[in-house]
Design a protein around this ligand. Structure first.
Ligand SMILES: Cc1cc2nc3c(=O)[nH]c(=O)nc-3n(C[C@H](O)[C@H](O)[C@H](O)COP(=O)(O)OP(=O)(O)OC[C@H]3O[C@@H](n4cnc5c(N)ncnc54)[C@H](O)[C@@H]3O)c2cc1C
Length: 469
């Protein structure tokens, strides 16, 4: 397949030689290509499908469009609470799909424009690493003084066949109707985002999570608050129990769990995480060190094979688009002879866009205690009940700061409607190693949800303002 502005991979001419050949045009790969080209490198970007990858076409962007539609449905449903008479007449899922697809299409067009305007050779086709300095596409070799592996990830399926009512996020994003009921396997980020969206759109949802809490990678206080909020929203969940089997029935699925329960639903969404898409791409044959399919790198993105680099979801760590962007930029800069800071996973901000939203960066209380000793850790929690803007929005939640005693703030954790937007200040606090007094001294605008951060810091500094706790 050849994309607009792409080189046809089926050509048989001389090997093209580049400074950087990027295998995979998702968040990590295209960021490397864009930054490399900006720095004057000659770049080829090999992509089998569409530039933008999972995030733009099957991940971040379409899910957030559907979540926005779901939030709009909630706003209409709850309008009378603020004195507005409105009635939700129904959900027109084909129209929601059209809206979602129009956002993706617009972003895709913009990205294609960027790639071609930077003079990147976009090679359409399936690439394979055939030497440390060569990627083969349809019989033609694209040689690079550096090769950046960025082939991304796929939805894990626990050995289940994906067909009919048994789906992953890819099929879930394309449904032309809201399932009347759904079992969601996995209470991580993708699972709770779909649970939240579908519940708002009218579906009866049950989440099954093997670990003791929903969003198990978050601070436990956040998980518990989300569980309270989901209970209130009548989103069912069973935690601490394992999936055993799924049977297809005339009306959907019957899902059995280790606790003996059987749940019937129209669909089963498997959202148990994403594996590295690295099989049969020649990586092992070329000698690239791997672990369970992931490509191992040093903090700068270098693999053990000189000239071969890796970025994004194939590198062990948090699988987020902006981590891929940052890694791609850092690798391109290093190839171009600059000396960028390595990307530190602990400082990568995380937002889960369910309702209520979750934002976090840095260490959880448990991890901070593990690293520094519980006796050296202090925390402060500000409940949004004391925050005017949050009350205007009718949300519940809190900001929690985790700090070294008389030292820097190590972790920022927030939950509540729209709190995802607060992660920016959380990131500055943690990355710049600010302490309670530094943040308490900053003036936060009133009435905003941003004040919750100032309030939590004031409490941590021993001078709480609106804190009842
Ligand atoms: C439902 C869902 C929601 C998500 N929401 C968010 C979110 O809100 N925020 C966030 O930060 N992250 C989110 N993510 C995660 C995010 O999408 C990934 O972290 C990100 O896309 C990883 O980028 P990548 O470049 O490593 O891989 P990918 O985006 O997967 O890109 C890899 C690309 O490589 C191409 N490719 C693979 N093999 C070859 C080959 N041999 N030859 C040529 N091309 C090849 C693929 O076609 C693909 O385009 C979400 C993911 C999912 C599934």
């Amino acid at each position: 397949m050849t994309q607009a502005g792409a080189i046809d991979g089926a050509g048989t001419g001389q090997d093209a030689v580049y400074d950087m050949v990027v295998l995979g045009g998702g968040s990590g790969g295209y960021a490397a290509a864009l930054r490399g080209a900006q720095l004057g490198l000659r770049v080829a970007l090999v992509e089998a499908d569409k530039v933008g990858g999972t995030c733009l076409h099957r991940g971040c962007v379409p899910t957030k469009a559907i979540l926005h539609a779901a939030e709009t449905a909630d706003a209409v449903r709850e309008a009378s609470a603020v004195g507005i008479r409105a009635a939700l007449e129904g959900i027109d899922m084909p129209a929601v799909q059209e809206y979602k697809n129009s956002i993706v299409a617009r972003m895709y067009k913009g990205l294609q424009g960027l790639v071609s305007s930077r003079g990147i050779d976009l090679v359409g086709g399936w690439g394979r690493l055939v030497a440390p300095d060569a990627v083969e596409v349809a019989g033609r070799h694209y040689r690079g003084r550096n090769v950046v592996l960025a082939s991304g990830s796929y939805s894990k399926t626990m050995g289940q066949e994906i067909s009919g009512p048994v789906i992953t996020s890819e099929q879930a994003l394309e449904l032309d109707h809201v399932p009347a009921s759904a079992v969601i396997l996995g209470g991580g980020v993708i699972g709770v985002e779909f649970a939240s969206a579908w519940a708002s759109l009218g579906s009866q949802v049950t989440i099954i999570e093997a670990l003791p809490h929903l969003v198990p990678n978050e601070d436990e206080a956040i998980s518990k608050q989300l569980e309270r909020a989901f209970r209130k929203r009548r989103i069912n969940f069973r935690i601490g129990t394992r999936f055993e089997s799924v049977e297809r029935t005339h009306s959907g699925v019957q899902v059995r769990t280790a606790d003996g329960a059987v749940t019937e639903a129209e669909v089963l969404l498997i959202a148990v995480g994403r594996g590295p898409a690295t099989a049969n791409l020649g990586f092992e044959e070329v000698g690239v060190a791997m672990d369970r399919g992931f490509v191992l790198t040093d903090p700068h993105g270098r693999t053990n094979v000189p000239g071969v680099w890796a970025v994004g979801d194939i590198v062990p760590g948090v699988q987020l688009a902006h981590r891929g962007f940052a890694q791609g930029i850092a690798v391109a800069e290093r190839i171009a002879g600059l000396d960028p800071e390595p990307v530190d996973d602990v400082k990568v901000p995380k937002v889960t866009f369910c309702e209520p939203q979750i934002a976090s960066v840095g260490l959880s209380e448990a991890r901070a205690a593990e690293l520094h000793g519980a006796e050296n850790i202090v925390t402060s929690q500000f409940n949004v009940a004391g925050n005017a803007k949050s009350q205007i929005l009718g949300t519940q939640g809190f900001v929690k700061l985790v700090s070294l005693k008389d030292g820097p703030i190590l972790g920022f954790h927030a939950i509540g409607a729209r709190m995802g937007e607060q992660v920016g200040e959380g990131q500055l606090i943690v990355s710049w190693e600010a302490d309670a007094n530094d943040v308490a001294a900053l003036v936060h605008a009133h009435p905003t949800q941003n004040e919750t951060i100032g309030e939590a810091a004031m409490a941590l500094a021993g001078k709480p303002l609106h804190n009842h706790g």
